[in-house]
Design a protein around this ligand. Sequence first.
Ligand SMILES: [Zn+2]
Length: 168
Amino acid sequence: MIGSAYGARAAQRALAEQPVTAAGIEEAREYVSSLMDVDLSTVMVEVVSNSKWGDSGAEGIHFKAGLDQHLIVMPSYVASAIEVLVHEFGHAAHAIKQRQNGEYPCFFTADGTVELISHYCQHHYIVERLSRDHLLIALGQLTTASYALSIQASGTKDFDHYEASGAA
Ligand SMILES: [Zn+2]
């Protein structure tokens, strides 16, 4: 399903680049704030022109700062812009909860669990406001990233060694 979704015309439309707008930033902020029950009003968003965006591997980046002064940096155009913003605000929500409740072990800080929170927000948003194609593409990105992390964690050299190791 994921593979065929990538080839479908509707999915190509879902992947079309959109501008990151002030309205989109506020929609994402409000959505995640309500979903995660956390005040995200102090989270800053900086939009950088695509020509200066040097990281082809990231659609958006979240930097932790202080208790709630986090910064999200976005390229000016990206596929499914509000969905990406929701993902990044999910990171901010998690960081705020974690820093405000440092004594509680339920707010994990490991890379893998941090991504679970942001993907929860992202997938929740997709199911409520976007399309089935958006969901299949997001699931494809999640499984691809998880595979890459698993391969790296297994210590094997490449995909063929990983498959043969039985770790998959
Ligand atoms: Zn993330």
